[in-house]
Design a binder for this molecule. Structure first.
Ligand code: 9MR
Length: 404
C-alpha cells in the first residue's frame, strides 16, 4: 500500500517488510514447554552497568538550564511525552538500538519529557516473540528509566493487526486457543507493569478509513468484535488504575473513522466496558491542511465521559536536497502548536506525546522516502521552530493557570 494523497487522509502507513532480530534468549526458549520470561539483560545491554551510569551523570552535568526544557515549561498535571526509540524501523538502520546505546539521547529523553511511550518494545513481536515466551527486558528498561526520572509511561499496544509475531499469525490455532492466547498476553503484560503505566493503548487502529473493522486484524476477524470488550476487561482486571485507550491515525477530524469510534465507544460504555480514553495519534503532514476540528472532535469524546490525549504527533514534509525551507518549518511549528493548543483547551486532554523528538531516529523517512524533518529537533538536536512553539505554548498555559 502506498501513501494516499487525499487531503482528508494525513497518515496512511505503508506496509513494508521488516527484518527480524530475536534475542538468542528467545530462540533458546522455543523448545521449552513452560512460560519463560526474559528479564536479564543481554550481555551487550547497557542499562544496568555502573560505567554507563557514570557516563550518563557526566553528560548531565554538562547541561544547560534545566528549566529550559519542554517538561519544565508544561503546567503541573500536563504530561509532555515522547516515543522511546527502539525496535521497528531502527533495526534496519546503521546505528545501534537508540534507547539502549545512545547516552546523549537517553539524557535528553530524561530531561525533556514527563511521559514515555514504547515505540515498539511492548508490541507483540518484541514482548511475546515466541509462544509461551515473554521477553520483558526492553520494556522493563523503559519502565525503570521512567521511574528513575519521574516520568509516567504509555503502554503501546495490546490488540493490533500489525507487528504480531509469526508464531501467532501463521499458527494453526482454534478460536478458543486464540482467545486464550490474547487473554494470557493481556493479563501477563498488563499485570507486570500494574501501577506503573498511566495509559494503555488497548486497541490500536482497528478501523479502516471507511469506519469498518480492519480485516487484517486477526483478533477481530477470527473472534468477532466482541473480543474488543474482552480485551478492555482483561486489561482492567490486570491493572485497575491504568487508563485504557483506543488509539488511531486519521481520527483527528470528524470523519467516518472517528465516527465509528464514537459509535463503538458509546455501545461499550453502555455495556459497562472499562474504556477510558480515545486518542488521535496525529501523524500530520504539511502537504495537507491542519485538522481544524481537532478540538471539537476531542471534546465530543470527552463529552461521553472519556479522557483524551495526543499520542504520536509528528509533522512531516517533502524535503528537497537543501533540507526544509523556513516556510515549511514555520508551517510545521504552526501545526504542532495548534495540536497542542487543541489538547490544552480540552479539559480532559492532559497528555501530549510526540513520536520521537529527533530527526536522527524518526520513522518517517523510512516509510515515506521523499519526506522527513518530522520531529521538533534536527538530527543533531538543534531546536526547530516547532520546539520553540511547543515550549512557548506550554509556558503560556502555565502562566494562565491551566488546570486550575
Ligand atoms: O515508529 C514505529 C516504527 O519504528 C515501526 O517500524 C512501525 C511499524 O509499523 O511502527 C511505528 O509506530 C507506529 C505506531 O506503533 C502506531 N501508529 C503509527 C506509528 C508510525 O507508523
Amino acid at each position: 500500500m502506498r501513501p494516499s494523497r487525499s487531503p482528508r487522509t494525513t497518515h496512511p502507513v505503508p506496509a513494508r517488510p521488516r527484518g527480524r532480530r530475536l534475542l538468542a534468549l528467545a530462540a533458546a526458549a522455543v523448545a521449552a514447554p513452560a512460560v519463560l520470561v526474559a528479564t536479564a539483560a543481554p550481555s551487550t545491554a547497557v542499562d544496568d552497568r555502573a560505567a554507563d551510569r557514570a557516563k550518563d551523570r557526566a553528560v548531565l552535568k554538562d547541561h544547560q538550564n534545566p528549566r529550559d526544557t519542554l517538561r519544565a515549561a508544561a503546567p503541573k498535571g500536563f504530561y509532555l511525552g515522547s516515543a522511546v526509540a527502539g525496535g521497528g524501523h531502527h533495526e534496519e538502520q546503521p546505528y545501534a538500538d537508540p534507547f539502549a546505546y545512545d547516552v546523549e539521547y537517553r539524557d535528553r529523553l530524561a530531561r525533556e519529557f514527563s511521559s514515555l511511550s514504547a515505540e515498539n518494545q511492548m508490541k507483540w513481536e518484541y514482548i511475546h516473540p515466541q509462544q509461551g515466551f515473554y521477553n520483558f527486558y526492553p520494556a522493563d528498561a523503559i519502565v525503570r528509566f521512567a521511574q528513575e526520572h519521574d516520568q509516567v509511561v504509555r503502554g503501546h499496544t495490546l490488540l493490533w493487526h500489525s507487528q504480531n509475531p509469526e508464531w501467532l499469525t501463521e499458527g494453526d490455532f482454534t478460536d478458543e486457543e486464540l482467545r486464550e492466547i490474547l487473554r494470557d498476553h493481556i493479563s501477563t503484560v498488563v499485570s507486570r507493569y500494574a501501577g506503573r503505566i498511566q495509559q494503555w493503548d488497548v486497541a490500536n487502529e482497528i478501523f479502516t478509513e471507511e469506519g469498518e473493522f480492519r480485516e487484517e486484524n486477526i483478533w477481530i476477524t477470527r473472534l468477532g468484535p466482541g473480543i474488543i470488550a474482552d480485551a478492555f476487561r482483561w486489561a482492567h482486571e490486570a491493572d485497575p488504575k491504568a487508563k485504557l485507550y483506543f488509539n488511531d491515525y486519521n481520527v483527528e477530524s470528524f470523519n467516518a473513522k472517528s465516527d465509528a469510534y464514537y459509535e463503538l465507544i458509546q455501545d461499550l460504555l453502555a455495556d459497562g466496558v472499562p474504556v477510558h480514553g480515545f486518542a488521535p495519534q496525529s501523524h500530520l503532514s504539511t502537504q495537507y491542511g491542519f485538522p481544524n476540528d481537532l478540538r471539537a472532535n476531542l471534546q465530543r469524546f470527552v463529552d461521553l465521559g472519556l479522557e483524551t490525549a495526543i499520542t504520536e504527533i509528528d509533522v512531516r514534509m517533502e524535503v528537497g536536497e537543501d533540507g526544509p525551507t523556513a516556510a515549511q518549518l514555520a508551517q510545521q511549528a504552526d501545526y504542532y502548536q495548534r495540536a497542542l493548543q487543541a489538547c490544552l483547551d480540552v479539559r480532559e486532554c492532559k497528555s501530549f506525546t510526540i513520536w520521537g523528538f529527533t530527526d536522527k531516529y524518526s520513522w518517517v523517512p523510512v516509510f515515506f522516502p521523499s519526506e522527513g524533518s518530522a520531529t521538533v529537533t534536527t538530527e543533531t538536536y538543534e531546536r526547530k521552530p516547532a520546539y520553540n512553539a511547543l515550549q512557548d505554548t506550554l509556558r503560556a498555559a502555565t502562566r494562565a493557570g491551566w488546570g486550575r
